[in-house]
Design a protein around this ligand. Structure first.
Ligand SMILES: C[C@@](CO)(OP(=O)(O)O)[C@H](O)COP(=O)(O)OP(=O)(O)OC[C@H]1O[C@@H](n2ccc(N)nc2=O)[C@H](O)[C@@H]1O
Ligand SMILES: Nc1ncnc2c1ncn2[C@@H]1O[C@H](COP(=O)(O)OP(=O)(O)O)[C@@H](O)[C@H]1O
Length: 288
């Protein structure tokens, strides 16, 4: 049995659309969204420890070890299965925090998938998804392992085909706190529910992101990024922001947009391209 796994990917996600259709009694919002996996993300190293200690080996500014979703995920699995093993974990962050790309959730999902393998704790995909939901609404999606239409708070998932394309992602340089966006008085919470069969073959212009109006009001750089990227297609925000994206059929189209940005007065934005992928790269570590 292996005792370490290095360079484990934690892919980013985009919300191709995000509708707020209602609110639960506990205040959480009911959503409909399509989650799209990208070939860009964070990466993590894991080494099993015999002494039961779970430790993050690197510093992440603003995220103390004990509140890191990675450490919390490892300790949750450890307690759930009563294993005596621990782990040293290194997290290489590339995704911005508060970016709407699901970075922290994806790190947590990768941790659950990899440690379930290294610790031989034997949880099924469904059991790991249920455990992951305790850490955040986006975590089950990453364990689900393929692009999905999601309902509820994001935990009711159905597989969906999405176009093979490239995305340009702009980081507008602000962090959008999810709680502030959802609690805004001007958030609309009554978008009519759609059915998965309404989702067209070429869905990049389907629906809208209901969180975008609020996020643009609170954080004007998000509005600036959407306006700039809209020259090239249907640009919109992912999740609760702050990142903004637009789809392109060919990689060279995405390259041209990035080059145009670097020549423009928006050259200070961080921007990159990523390819749409169909499956989570660690999906093979879990049974069906
Ligand atoms: C909006 C989405 C869409 O994929 O992603 P992100 O943009 O954050 O990645 C998610 O639903 C984010 O879910 P999750 O990651 O669990 O959100 P949290 O940070 O835990 O939520 C912070 C707060 O936002 C509010 N919240 C969150 C989710 C939801 N469906 N309804 C809510 O009202 C709650 O007040 C919650 O306490
Ligand atoms: N490993 C982690 N990576 C990123 N953020 C983390 C991590 N652990 C905890 N967090 C907290 O979760 C918050 C949301 O981060 P993240 O999931 O990256 O953004 P978003 O949900 O907007 O995509 C961060 O602001 C940070 O405080």
């Amino acid at each position: 049995m292996a005792t370490s796994l290095n360079d484990c990917p934690a892919p980013a996600k985009l919300n191709l659309f995000l509708h707020v259709t209602g609110r639960r009694e506990d205040g959480y919002h009911l959503l409909q969204t399509v989650f799209q996996l990208l070939d860009a993300g964070d990466s993590l190293d894991f080494t099993v420890r015999e002494d039961g200690v779970v430790a993050r080996r690197n510093d992440i500014p603003g995220v103390p070890q004990d509140s890191d979703l990675v450490v919390r995920a490892a300790r949750l699995l450890q307690a759930h299965r009563g294993t005596a093993l621990g782990a040293d974990i290194t997290v290489r962050k590339r995704l911005p925090m508060g970016g709407g790309l699901g970075g922290g959730s994806s790190d947590a999902a990768t941790t659950l998938i990899v440690l379930n393998h290294l610790w031989n704790t034997g949880l099924s995909r469904a059991e790991l998804m249920a455990l992951g939901l305790r850490l955040g609404a986006d975590v089950p999606f990453f364990i689900f392992g393929e692009n999905a239409f999601a309902e509820g708070v994001g935990e009711a998932l159905a597989p969906i085909r999405t176009p093979a394309c490239w995305y340009v992602v702009i980081e507008p340089g602000v962090a959008a706190p999810t709680a502030a966006i959802f609690s805004a008085p001007d958030l609309t919470r009554d978008t009519k529910a759609v059915r998965i069969t309404d989702f067209p073959e070429a869905p990049n212009a389907f629906g809208k992101n209901d969180l975008q109006v609020v996020a643009c009001r609170l954080f004007p750089p998000i509005a600036d990024a959407i306006e700039w990227l809209s020259q090239y297609g249907d640009a919109r925000m992912t999740g609760s922001g702050a990142c903004v994206f637009c789809a392109f059929e060919h990689e060279h189209d995405a390259d041209e947009v990035l080059a145009a940005m670097r020549r423009s007065r928006q050259a200070h934005w961080k921007a990159w391209k990523a390819k749409a992928i169909e499956r989570h790269p660690l999906s093979h570590l879990l049974e069906s």
